[in-house]
Design a protein around this ligand. Structure first.
Ligand SMILES: [Ca+2]
Ligand SMILES: [Ca+2]
Length: 258
């Protein structure tokens, strides 16, 4: 921000209005002071470009993730998998190029620049995936929508490594609210548990030692229990009514920078 404010004032200093137009004063100056000033101007221009590229890189990240995870170019227009793959590859390449340009420009100005990240700020990277642990609580449908709005989806846990890593992080965060929504429900057909990408369960971690989960208990209402939470204390899953309020874990694929 500071660079943008300084740049116009430096331009005013280096230009002299004449009847023929603006004439640079520095053309008539000689010596090392002039060269240093010109180098400074060039560097400031580079830094302005740097800020612009950083901004574009940020936008690009969101586009990549939105395209990758929502699977639609415009609302209501589904893409086939090959078109989607091409779009993702194209935007990822542009993102990587912007990251490279951003870093190079930063080095040319001896500026410390923020390194491009494979996950958005505030998301935890585990392997090739990024995870977001919310602080606020929503019901399951709103949690699902919230993750999509952030460019991700409610987390899908196909492996025990993912399950262990997430419950470990959930316990590290601590606090009295240790249940988190995950992207698992049987809302379509009772007992047919599906992840939000419609895949079926590969492994399950239902609490079956202390309880007989999933039990579709009707204490929460006539619809029973159709949505799943991760209980970070017992390291197991519970089915609970979908209108209960819990924190959530969102997930998105990391962007490989190498
Ligand atoms: Ca159920
Ligand atoms: Ca239950």
């Amino acid at each position: 921000m500071e660079d943008r404010e300084n740049y116009p004032s430096l331009q005013e200093f280096t230009e002299d209005p004449t009847p023929e137009g603006t004439r640079p004063i520095l053309e008539h100056s000689k010596g090392s002071g002039s060269r240093e000033l010109k180098q400074g101007i060039q560097c400031l221009r580079n830094q302005t470009t740097l800020l612009l590229i950083g901004f574009l890189a940020s936008i690009c990240t969101n586009i990549v993730l939105a395209v990758l995870l929502t699977g639609r170019s415009t609302p209501g227009t589904p893409l086939d998998s090959s078109s989607l793959s091409m779009k993702v590859n194209s935007v990822q390449k542009r993102y990587l190029q912007l990251c490279k340009d951003y870093t190079t420009l930063g080095q040319s100005c001896s500026k410390t620049v923020k390194a491009c990240q494979e996950c958005p700020e505030g998301w935890l990277q585990i392997g090739g995936q990024c995870y977001f642990f919310s602080n606020d609580k929503l019901d399951w449908p709103k949690s699902k929508d919230s993750c999509v709005e952030m460019g991700g989806h409610l987390t899908i846990l196909h492996t025990i490594e993912q399950h262990d890593a997430l419950e470990k992080e959930a316990r590290r965060i601590g606090g009295p609210d240790y249940h988190f929504w995950i992207g698992l429900s049987d809302t379509e057909l009772e007992g047919d548990w599906r992840w939000v990408d419609n895949t079926t369960l590969q492994h399950n971690y239902w609490d079956q030692q202390r309880h007989s989960e999933p039990d579709n208990h009707h204490s929460g209402g006539e619809h029973g229990e159709d949505c799943a939470t991760l209980d970070s204390h017992s390291k197991t899953w519970f089915d609970v009514p979908c209108n209960f309020l819990y924190k959530r874990i969102c997930q998105m694929a990391a962007i490989e920078l190498n």
